[in-house]
Design a protein around this ligand. Sequence first.
Ligand SMILES: Cc1cc2nc3c(=O)[nH]c(=O)nc-3n(C[C@H](O)[C@H](O)[C@H](O)COP(=O)(O)OP(=O)(O)OC[C@H]3O[C@@H](n4cnc5c(N)ncnc54)[C@H](O)[C@@H]3O)c2cc1C
Length: 487
Amino acid sequence: MKLKNIFSLALISTCTQACETLLPCLKAGLSSAATISFKDQSTFLNESIRYAALYPPSFSAVVKVASAEDIAVAIKCAARTNTSFLATSARHGFSTTLTSIQNGLEIDTSYLNKIQVDADANELIVEGAVIFQDAVDDLYTAGKEISTGSCFCVGFVGATLGGGVGRLSGVHGLMIDSLLSVRIMLPNTTIVEASTDQNPELFWGLRGAGFNFGVILNATYRIYDQTPQGLHLNADFKFPISQAASYYGNLSEVAKAQPAPLAIITYFNFDPGLNETVITANAVYAGPESEGLAAVQFLVDQNPIQKNLTMVPWNQLLTASAFGATGPPLCIKGDRRAQWGVGVERLDVETYSQVAEKFVEMITKYPASKGSVVDMQLLPTQAVVAQPDDSTAYPWRNLISHINIQTLYTDNTTDDETTGYPRLMRDMLAKTAGTDDLQVYVSYSHGDESLESLFGAHKLPRLAALKKEIDPHGLFNAYHPLPTQYP
Ligand SMILES: Cc1cc2nc3c(=O)[nH]c(=O)nc-3n(C[C@H](O)[C@H](O)[C@H](O)COP(=O)(O)OP(=O)(O)OC[C@H]3O[C@@H](n4cnc5c(N)ncnc54)[C@H](O)[C@@H]3O)c2cc1C
């Protein structure tokens, strides 16, 4: 059945030229379950609102697809009318590269959100737009678990495409390490399977640079029996920022022999309740309470201002952790946010103390940036480094921590107006990271980094050859694009 009666004549008459040519093409091909909204409709902005409103793409139209066939129609119409497009799921991706889409077409895949758990076969199948929390809930009910990211509303597949870092990486590796196969629509709209047996080169590239090759319709993952009783120790702490040196001194000792079930996420933030800048620490232990309490005792011993230690069911962790700060507050869309990432091989205590001072300086000088944070994810790496480096395109199995400088501005301030504090902090952290140059997990990058910093010089020749074969015309170039030739 074809799409009908969604567009009024008045709407068509106010369309830009791009949407006038796009509209008839979409209208002729899309199924009746798909919906389209155009720039001049009052609801339009809400349709395309993103987590990070700084450096956004702009769209003339958003098509909410209901099937693979709809995606093919949308891609073909965009190509035919020379309209750039972005396929989206949970809209949590951020990168300055997104601004390359201007007056484009958003292909919103959020209807594609089915989940299947096969507990006997130890497999999970998710459609391309499933979010973390929904998959985690279904797995938990089935007595299973998997590595996920740490925020409940991020796209499951979207996060996997960069690698997928999270708390269970010590036991189950990165998200890509559990990925068994995908069903993907390529830029030419053919649909193929990719796995270690079928299209293995594509499967290799998808695991680390996966935003470059098409739209994943569904993905199959290996899953694991859950931690006994499905319970994890969630330990939250707040320390005065003045303790930065001693806090990071202790953390750097723990990092030298971090237990596989222990993940520690720490960030500097201004705490409105305490009216001061604090270090917030969230330690999660995937195992028995007694072991977890022993593992986090070093934090209890540091005299926190506040603490909360609770055994939490795995499916509630994403909302409970960090005193609840990683739940709904991290899902609010439309705020003026930006992000800078740095990966490190070692923790340099002096640098963290200096960055803490810079952070306080920034939010004091620019109060509109008070909602910003500097977040350090010390995630265990045992199961990450157990995989050979060349098994996937993900280049940075050597990193022990990912640091994110996340700015949030409540007025029109921009990163440049803060005279570059975020960039300065990134440079300071990169200098003592123990890596040759800046190495960044691509999904935590800003968009201004070199290709080598994102994908690794050692992976780029193979990635460029794959890009040339699969997407020679660069249709999937809006988010961390690969070149078609390297060097
Ligand atoms: C608050 C927050 C917390 C985060 N936490 C983590 C974390 O713990 N671990 C981690 O690894 N990452 C994390 N990330 C980063 C996240 O993985 C990336 O931003 C990711 O790109 C988001 O994917 P999305 O589907 O939510 O976003 P979208 O903006 O919808 O998509 C981002 C990109 O992925 C592509 N994409 C999405 N779905 C598909 C698909 N099905 N097929 C093909 N391409 C697709 C889109 O085309 C787009 O280019 C976090 C991000 C935020 C904002």
